[in-house]
Design a protein around this ligand. Structure first.
Ligand SMILES: Cc1cc2nc3c(=O)[nH]c(=O)nc-3n(C[C@H](O)[C@H](O)[C@H](O)COP(=O)(O)OP(=O)(O)OC[C@H]3O[C@@H](n4cnc5c(N)ncnc54)[C@H](O)[C@@H]3O)c2cc1C
Length: 319
């Protein structure tokens, strides 16, 4: 079996989500290659080797500098055809989703998306995909090759195997239509501290905060704990906090060591995004809130009183 994993990168580092998918591919056996497409990216190949790739294909060229999908579709389509790659796996992101969809169209291949696992069953690859608002998992398969799969963000943690990969340079030929689009401007959201995908501690706020101004309570506790801030869809939809912090079915899947839920009811769509957390602490004034059913520690009370005291306590202990 030959599998290629699209390795996304940012600021000179391979994305954690892509490395997690690489580790998953390596655990299934066969030839596992990482694919790094960009400009000035050659030195990233060694990192891919340490996380499970036995081979790394690198296309390092100016046409791949901007994070645009079609030139990447060109490079991947040629690689799949030339090397007879059977599976192409992606960790979902805006770019990866565009590339996967473009590749599926270009190769007339089947793409299964939103997967949370991939297993080998009776010699066939089977994807696991949540359905019916994440209350059940369905098995999905492919009826032809190549098989394309997009995994839900944050599904797998990277596993450092310490291996070394053989590099091979790609020189893709680009279609005229692929290079017709140019990136006019790119803006990065300013943020302090770790991102919610990487944080060991997440302090998340929900509608119980009462208003966007009270997110400062959550931010202060997160800062004291050296963590990141998360949010529920209810508050993101209300415009209280940015979508990039949304945890859950239609947001991110996170697996910190500690998850502190403040004023969050614990809806199933939120739970599926944070159930991989090591320890869950919930602060909620309703003793019957569903969040207490999957919390390790629960505090029944008003978060406006409890959260500032907790922050003070953490700061005192740190001092
Ligand atoms: C298709 C679909 C996808 C979805 N995707 C997501 C997703 O990705 N992420 C997500 O989070 N949701 C998602 N949702 C929405 C989800 O169903 C819930 O509506 C949402 O999670 C509720 O957010 P919440 O807990 O902030 O608000 P609420 O459910 O309103 O809960 C607020 C909680 O705060 C408590 N509270 C109020 N005041 C205080 C106080 N002073 N002190 C302490 N506690 C207090 C209340 O007791 C309550 O339990 C999705 C829904 C659908 C249908």
């Amino acid at each position: 079996m030959s599998t290629a994993v699209f390795l996304e990168h940012h600021d000179g580092k391979l994305e954690k989500g892509s490395l997690g998918v690489l580790g998953k591919a390596a655990s299934l056996g066969g030839d596992v290659a990482g694919v790094i497409l960009g400009s000035g990216v050659k030195e990233l190949a060694a990192e891919a080797g340490r996380y499970g790739a036995t081979k790394v294909y690198v296309a390092d060229t100016a046409e791949l500098e901007a994070p645009l999908p079609q030139p990447r579709v060109d490079a991947l389509a040629q690689l799949v055809r030339d090397q007879g790659i059977e599976n192409v796996l992606f960790a979902a992101s805006v770019l990866a989703s565009d590339v996967a969809a473009g590749l599926a169209a270009r190769l007339d291949a089947g793409l299964n998306w939103d997967l949370v696992d991939l297993v080998s069953q009776d010699g066939a690859l089977v994807g696991k995909r949540p359905a019916l608002e994440d209350s059940v998992y369905v098995d999905v398969g492919w009826s032809s090759e190549p098989r394309l799969a997009l995994f839900r963000p944050g599904t797998f943690d990277p596993v450092e195997s310490g291996g070394e990969a053989e590099d091979e340079e790609l020189t893709p030929a680009f279609e005229d239509f692929s290079t017709a689009a140019t990136m006019v401007e790119q803006a990065h959201e300013e943020s302090e501290g770790p991102s919610i995908e990487d944080a060991d501690v997440i302090v998340a706020g929900g509608r119980g905060l009462g208003g966007p101004e009270n997110f400062s309570l959550v931010e202060s506790l997160a800062k004291a704990l050296g963590g990141a801030v998360g949010a529920t869809r209810a508050v993101v939809d209300a415009g209280w906090y940015p979508y990039s912090t949304q945890v859950g079915q239609t947001g991110k899947t996170v697996s910190p060591k500690l998850y502190v839920a403040c004023g969050i009811s614990g809806a199933i769509q939120h739970k599926v995004g944070m159930q991989g957390a090591g320890t869950v602490v919930a602060i909620n004034k309703d003793p019957n809130a569903p969040i207490f059913e999957f919390s390790d520690l629960g505090v029944v009370g008003d978060l406006h009183e409890i959260v500032p005291k907790l922050t003070e306590l953490v700061e005192q202990r740190k001092a």
